[in-house]
Design a protein around this ligand. Structure first.
Ligand code: GLU
Length: 486
């Protein structure tokens, strides 16, 4: 059986998009499942929109997601180079082959002439297809145009290829995801495969690269379906086997429009910056089109690979539910060991002087604040009151502290706490007694603790009170409580 070889071929015109991450994942899973190879190719032919920063971002993001490639620009492989801009000397040979076999022709039309054709089609309310004006130029006519200084683009002759290999203008293929798809190729128009400046276009370069890299299956977004018809015709015209194609549905925002930055993060690196774990992100992304056979949605990439069948991918669009991703993220955060979690939280604690806390207190702080974390970045706010002398009093704490009862509770708390031994066990006991005494005076334990919490943390909700007092220590506790007195 032929070796399964799949690829992801991002254009570095931006940071790695979650949609591309999903395409990469499905290719990766398909390769794993079939003992095949997963290849990374950088499609940087559009030099103006390409930057090294984006290329690095693509590498880093795929690696962070665990989608390691077998062949690619950095690791090499038998069919390199794996960066399109380094392959420019490869493309002319096959252009010549297509010209020689009559499946391509030179087109000398100027942009103005093409614009005029388009304007006419628009005026007649017809879809635009190139007029094929240059298909039958004689050698003399071409020589004359060249003498005028015109440089030809090369166009692919659709009707010629279609007639040579098919019975009608209808081209059909069996999509791995969507089943049989077809199109009337008369509507495609003879597209440019090499620009007048000699640069290959996407549809042509991608075929040459996929052919030479022996790609067996092309799995990509459904926005490429119309390209697929063009690409199949090029393969046929070159007389080489056509790979199998599979097209994934689109990823839509919760409002069913195209997912964009106005909905939230879209680049993998932005999700990471916002405090998502890549394990959660890749698990979530897998569920955009794929469903586990046992209904258990929380799965590692290895578990997903074992259960993955490309034919079972949904052919419809998927909705990117940010809330579900958040839920998954909080689940994954809970699974981390304290040590792993601390490591990942570090970037979000940079604004604090961590030397204020002993290692033991730092561990305890994370232990008592980790439960409600949805994003790693939530930690920044969650631990604010552990640092510095004073606290910022929020509105609800202010209200609490303004109440007369709170003031009475605090005065009592200060006078008693001065004499407390500051250990977890003792604080636990003493606070219990303290609450009991105020309960006897008709004050609910909850209300008593609100006063202490508001004074020492500036908030009315937060982590375990005993833990907080122990970590911030006796001095800070008393100073803050005294400051909260009117
Ligand atoms: N560079 C193309 C893109 O980023 C690749 C499409 C393909 O997979 O053929 O959309």
């Amino acid at each position: 059986m032929e070796e399964v070889r799949v690829r992801i071929a991002p254009s570095p015109s931006g940071n790695l998009h979650v949609g591309t991450a999903r395409t990469a994942l499905f290719n990766y899973l398909f390769a794993k499942k079939n003992n095949g190879k997963f290849i990374l190719r950088i499609e940087d032919t559009d030099a103006e929109r390409t930057s090294q920063e984006y290329i690095d971002n693509i590498f880093d993001s795929l690696k962070a997601l665990g989608l390691n490639w077998d062949e690619g620009p950095d690791v090499g492989g038998p069919y390199g180079p794996y960066t399109q801009s380094e392959r420019f000397d490869i493309y002319p040979k096959y252009i010549q082959q297509l010209l020689d076999s009559g499946f391509a022709y030179e087109c000398f039309c100027t942009p103005e002439e093409l614009e005029a054709e388009k304007a006419e089609a628009t005026a007649n309310k017809k879809p635009y297809v190139y007029s094929k004006k240059c298909e039958h130029l004689t050698e003399e006519e071409k020589a004359k145009l060249r003498a005028e200084g015109r440089k030809p683009a090369i166009r692919f002759n659709i009707a010629k290829a279609q007639k040579a290999f098919h019975d009608s203008s209808i081209l059909e293929f069996d999509d791995l995801v969507k089943g049989k798809l077809h199109m009337d190729t008369d509507l495609l128009g003879d597209f440019v495969i090499q620009k007048s400046n000699g640069a290959p276009t996407y549809n042509y370069a991608v075929v040459i690269d996929d052919m030479l890299m022996k790609i067996s299956h092309v799995i990509r977004g459904e926005d490429h379906i119309s390209n697929t018809y063009k690409q199949i015709l090029i393969y046929e015209a070159l007389g080489v086997p056509v790979p199998r194609f599979g097209h994934l549905g689109m990823i839509l925002a919760p409002d069913r429009s195209k997912l964009s930055k106005r909905h939230g993060a879209t680049a993998v690196s932005d999700f990471v910056k916002e405090g998502y774990l890549t394990d959660a992100l890749i698990n979530f992304v897998a569920l955009l089109g794929w469903a586990p056979s046992d209904g258990q949605e929380i799965k590692s990439v290895d578990e997903i690979a074992a259960d993955f069948r490309i034919g079972e991918i949904s052919s419809s669009n998927s909705i990117f539910e940010y809330d579900k991703l958040k839920w998954m993220n909080s689940h994954y955060i809970k699974q981390l060991s304290l040590e792993e979690l601390e490591e990942r939280l570090k970037p979000y604690l940079e604004k604090y002087d961590l030397t204020e806390l002993s290692k033991e207190h730092f561990d305890k702080m994370i232990e008592i604040t980790r439960e409600p974390l949805t994003l790693l970045s939530d930690i920044t706010d969650a631990v604010e009151y552990f640092f510095g002398e004073d606290v910022n009093i929020d509105e609800s704490a202010r209200e609490t502290l303004d109440a007369e009862t709170s003031q009475d509770v605090l005065k009592d708390f200060i006078s008693k706490a001065e004499n407390w031994e500051w250990t977890e066990e003792n604080l636990h006991e003493k606070l219990e007694v303290f609450r009991g005494e105020w309960k006897e005076k008709g004050i609910k334990p909850k209300v008593t603790m609100w006063a202490v919490r508001a004074a020492t943390t500036g908030r009315t909700r937060g982590a375990d009170m005993v833990g907080i007092l122990e970590i911030i220590g006796k001095d800070k506790t008393l100073n803050r409580a005294k400051k909260a007195l009117k």
